[in-house]
Design a protein around this ligand. Structure first.
Ligand code: GLN
Length: 348
């Protein structure tokens, strides 16, 4: 059974930097039990403590941490016996150590140092952005389109190559590569921590033959990016897209522990998105497509901006996420109007 994150939103007010990065407040933790206890008792004790201390998702937090320490991903997949037998003193100490980290509001994904993304388990490490469930939907969207249109937009070798801007832990690229054995990918990130984590995840999954990873900033290193990373048939990104003014209301888990440069998209959240769209015609093969995850306010802003600013790229459609919000933009490179008409079957 896979783990599911429910804490990717940014609805709670987050106090900034009180505890600092990766800080752990041991004094807030309950005392170690006098004797040995079972996993179920430990779960209940920590759930209640998380609740009292206002830690979000108290139930899931204690479940995921303790299941992880017992060698499983979820409590449901553990044998009943493992839940009811007494834990060793060493295990109890480990439970206390990891749960105390969660008490400092460290996201559970960083506490257990791994998380599931579609059918993959990926290593997670602060401050690299933790992939959210919406991004699994983005991958499904790209997969469906690539499976439906295998013929057009392929490179000279007859294969699709995708480029991912802002790869974080590598979730999108690695997941696409895992699902499509013919696919090749290039992934880049402006953060060295992200690049290192993507490399680590790539090696663990044995996908190194089909993925190139670069430490590049899509804004500062545009020329290098163009020369190293083109042409590709698909450009995919979950870029930083939060409006800067919304950063202050992020949950403490997000605000204190995750890389702000992977979240903050500038005043209108479009800083990186605009740069990706500006470069897309030079990066893509003709009829190549861009797939973006964006803020629900973005599709209606991107459409007119694109028309006024980027030739050879046209807005195909907006797709909604599972909660019904406009979340994904699909765009396509078409060299001229004539090409577009041909593609739409308006000419012969
Ligand atoms: N969905 C993320 C959040 O709300 C933001 C993702 C992003 O900026 N790419 O925290």
């Amino acid at each position: 059974m896979w783990r599911r994150s429910v804490s990717a939103g940014h609805t709670c007010f987050g106090l900034k930097g009180i505890w600092g990065f990766r800080a752990v407040h041991t004094c807030d933790a309950p005392a170690l039990p006098a004797g040995r206890i079972t996993a179920l008792q430990a779960m209940d004790l920590w759930k209640r403590h998380f609740e009292e201390r206002g830690v979000t998702e108290p139930d899931q937090s204690s479940h995921y941490i303790i299941a992880h320490l017992l060698g499983a991903t979820t409590v449901e997949s553990l044998e009943q016996r493992k839940l009811t037998e007494l834990l060793s003193l060493e295990k109890i100490e480990q439970v206390w150590k990891l749960c105390t980290r969660r008490l400092s509001r460290m996201p559970v994904q960083y506490v257990i140092e791994e998380w599931d993304f579609r059918d993959l388990t990926l290593k997670m490490r602060p401050p690299v952005f933790i992939p959210r469930p919406e991004t699994e939907e983005l991958v499904e969207l790209v997969l469906t389109e690539l499976k439906m249109k295998p013929d057009t937009r392929v490179g000279a070798d007859g294969q699709h190559t995708i480029l991912e801007v802002g790869c974080g832990s590598g979730a999108i690229s690695l997941s696409l590569l895992k699902s499509l054995p013919q696919l090749k990918a290039i992934a880049l990130d402006q953060s060295q921590d992200a690049v290192n984590l993507t490399i680590e995840n790539m090696l663990r999954l044995g996908l190194q033959d089909r993925l190139q990873i670069y430490h590049l900033d899509v804004i500062k290193d545009a020329q290098t990016l163009l020369s190293l990373c083109s042409p590709v048939s698909v450009l995919v990104s979950n870029p930083p897209y939060l409006f800067s003014e919304d950063m202050a209301s992020l949950e403490p888990e997000v605000f204190r522990f995750e890389d702000h440069s992977a979240l903050d998209g500038g005043k209108d959240g479009l800083k990186v998105i605009k740069q990706i769209l500006n470069l897309a015609p030079q990066l893509l093969l003709n009829y190549g497509r861009v797939y973006l995850e964006v803020d629900p306010r973005h599709p209606q802003l991107i459409r007119p901006w694109l028309k006024a600013n980027v030739e050879e790229l046209h807005y195909v459609e907006t797709r909604h996420d599972i909660t019904g919000r406009p979340r994904f933009c699909i765009l396509q490179k078409e060299k001229s109007n004539k090409d577009r008409e041909l593609n739409l079957g308006l000419r012969n």
